[in-house]
Design a protein around this ligand. Sequence first.
Ligand SMILES: Cc1ncc(COP(=O)(O)O)c(C=O)c1O
Length: 385
Amino acid sequence: MPTDFDFDVDPRTLRHPDNFKWTRYPADVLPLWIADMDYPIAPGIERALKDRVTRSIGYHHYQGDPRLTEQLRRKVEADGITGLPEQGWVSYIAGVVPGLYAAVVSLTDPGDDVITMTPIYPPFLSAITDHGRNLRAAKLACTPTGWEIDWDALEAAVTPKTKLLLFCHPHNPTGRVWTEAELRRLAEFVERHNLFIASDELHADLTLDGTHIPFVQLASEALKQRCVTLIGPCKAYNTAGLGIGAMVSHSPQLLLRIRRGIAGISAWATALSVTMWQAALEDDGQWLKAVIDYLRENRNLVETFVNERLPGVVHVAPQATYLAWFDYRSHRRAADIQQYLLEEGKVALNDGAMFGAGFQGFVRLNFATGRTILTEALERLARVH
Ligand SMILES: Cc1ncc(COP(=O)(O)O)c(C=O)c1O
């Protein structure tokens, strides 16, 4: 359906020095790797940023802009996170990845064990290991109907030293939006083992099918005190270069503890990022709706193409995100599939091996690009299949 927005972008406008995604690889490669969208930002955000630089980019309310806090409160409540205390329920940070690191260093000690479910967005792994915590990886199960939590693997991952679970919902790279039943069972698991949980819900606004339910909404009152939800605008609004996120919790004490663990080390969110998030939250929603509709069609195109033209590649269409996770393990070049597709196919994808032990042979494709580019990239994959 035609919209006011043209997302069928021209590669010539994308390949410029400020664009890491489009300049990391040689000019004959189509870059469908890092999680940026190739679309121009929402017009309302562009206007707000231009306006802001003409006024002031000096020191600002770096400990929490009151207008943003008010807007965000309305958003998180509308999204289903209710019952938050009046004060101390949010703490801003320079991105969601810093929030993952902050949770690890503040809620665990060196030598403790931290669980996450793999495959997983690589900073979940480094957040655990970079500061001397032990990674306890619980592999997801790939069933004929899609990726699921492997409850036995999760139980087996728990040790007496396990303090924290880093959870991803919606999940990068599989695109799973966990169901109410799964979230309830996970809440029971986390509570039974007396863990903390940091739930990264950065992709929630990019849910393509069904409804995203925040994890904390299904936690008991006691568990809510041990839960931090990490949110941000950068995936839905394509503004990752500005760096801002928020840690949300029913427990001001928990947020203070996390904040103290990174005091003076992690930067505050910048003035421009605050303006950007404010503009996103007061946008009329037309741009985001058009993006989601476009992504859904791209998602469907990828699914059809893989089924018809890439025999042997296993792929379950994502319910959220703009990321497709391909299992190429039966391919003759499974041992170096990312390199093979880059060198022979001239398509840059993310290497599955980075997403946890046991995921060599997988690749992640970012379909948030123009349909012409996406079609050409898929054709290239088929040509070297
Ligand atoms: C699940 C997830 N968390 C965090 C991030 C990065 O967040 P930020 O740039 O706000 O640190 C990404 C980026 O793709 C992501 O997919």
